[in-house]
Design a protein around this ligand. Structure first.
Ligand SMILES: NC(=O)C1=CN([C@@H]2O[C@H](COP(=O)(O)OP(=O)(O)OC[C@H]3O[C@@H](n4cnc5c(N)ncnc54)[C@H](OP(=O)(O)O)[C@@H]3O)[C@@H](O)[C@H]2O)C=CC1
Ligand SMILES: C[C@H]1O[C@H](OP(=O)(O)OP(=O)(O)OC[C@H]2O[C@@H](n3cnc4c(=O)[nH]c(N)nc43)[C@H](O)[C@@H]2O)[C@@H](O)[C@@H](O)C1=O
Length: 318
């Protein structure tokens, strides 16, 4: 059920694709006391600055949507930053929130925390049962540490700290930079640019054979607000659609939506990453939440947003 609409809610990473979607959803639900700081205003890697911020702002709920985030190449080429920066950010947020007496904390991990070759669909209990996918094990280990920190606070101190594991996300305010982005925004940008130049060929990475699940970011935001307004019985919940497709099928779908008619070339020098990471989303469904936006509808909305914003919105993160 709804919390008091003037409760002080801190959304870490409120300008990101996920954080901004959560912010919009909370505003739409009538929450009036939303707190956000840009990374220039508050570098979450700085523990002293985070402690000072909590003393001043006194948030009652914390939603952690701040992290060093990127696609398969960014993760593979910057392992130290993806491990260390994410450990610093989440440890400062979780530990400071706990010591400041925050009773509700929502940590966002990722489906890449599960073993590379775990049975599919991935259940929450598969965590730590086998080796991780090498291209993003650094990021995954940081995220697993965040899951365990929240689990320990829940178990030892009885605080309502929970971890949501979203699948691959996409939508408005995504990162469309071709070096650091995830596959879906990269395909939108590549097919659009190639179409503009007379349907030139589009080069995509890997074999096209891996499978991925994609959740529209506004559905995730709804899941996060649902988790904020309800007391969950457990610590760890997968958040996804429970459906996946091959990267090749994704390319054909986006090519159709964008209206590109040129050739697709597959660059096998780029990594495929994990062959599949379809999540079992039944635990979250039993808790009362289910995704509703279809992949085709979500891509159409994202493409429309991209066309309206592509000039002003260049999010390059390295
Ligand atoms: N995108 C995806 O496919 C998935 C994302 N997630 C998770 O969702 C969360 C958000 O991801 P997403 O929105 O895609 O990422 P974005 O890169 O869009 O947003 C990340 C946010 O984190 C903030 N941030 C990064 N470093 C710092 C820092 N040192 N100090 C303060 N703020 C910082 C950025 O702030 P600023 O803009 O002010 O610089 C930015 O707003 C992450 O936890 C990610 O792991 C999980 C599964 C899939
Ligand atoms: C959310 C999740 O996202 C990351 O994992 P990932 O899903 O493997 O990342 P990705 O979206 O970048 O790639 C998905 C697939 O798509 C293929 N692919 C084709 N062509 C392009 C292309 O042009 N760009 C990209 N990025 N990938 C491409 C690519 O080769 C791969 O096979 C984690 O690092 C981590 O951040 C995480 O948790």
């Amino acid at each position: 059920m709804k919390l008091n609409l003037d409760i002080r809610i801190y959304i870490a990473g409120h300008r990101g694709m996920v954080g901004s979607a959560i912010w919009r959803k909370l505003e739409a639900e009538g929450y009036t006391n939303l707190i956000g700081k840009t990374s220039t205003e508050l570098d979450l890697r700085n523990q002293a600055a985070v402690r000072e911020f909590f003393e001043k702002e006194k948030p009652e709920v914390v939603i952690d949507a701040a992290a060093r985030v990127g696609g398969i190449l960014a993760n593979n080429e910057h392992p130290y930053q993806f491990l260390m920066e994410n450990l610093q950010i989440q440890n400062n947020l979780i530990d400071t929130a706990f010591h400041a007496g925050v009773d509700k904390f929502i940590f966002l991990g990722s489906s890449c925390i599960y073993p590379k070759l775990a049975p599919q669909p991935l259940k929450e209990e598969y965590l730590l049962t086998a080796p991780l996918e090498p291209t993003n094990e650094w990021y995954a280990i940081a995220k697993i540490a965040g899951v365990k920190a929240c689990e320990a606070i829940r178990k030892q101190y009885g605080k309502d700290y929970i971890s949501l594991m979203p699948t691959n996300l996409y939508g408005p305010f995504d990162n469309f930079d071709l070096k650091t982005s995830h596959v879906l925004p990269a395909m939108i940008r590549k097919f659009y640019d190639a179409k503009q130049k007379g349907d030139l060929p589009v080069t995509l990475w890997g074999s096209g054979n891996p499978m991925r699940e994609f959740l529209y970011v506004e559905d995730l935001a709804e899941a996060v607000v649902f988790a904020m307004e309800n007391k969950f019985a457990d610590n760890l919940y997968n958040v996804g659609t429970g459906k996946d497709l091959t990267i090749r099928e994704l390319a054909e779908l986006i090519q159709k939506i964008v209206g590109h008619t040129g050739e697709i070339i597959w660059d096998s020098t780029k990594p495929d990453g994990t062959p599949r990471k379809l999540m079992d989303v039944s635990k979250m469904e039993r808790a009362g939440w289910k995704a509703k936006t279809s992949l085709e509808e979500g891509i159409k909305r994202t493409y429309a947003w991209f066309l309206e914003n592509q000039e002003s919105y260049k999010k390059v993160k390295l």
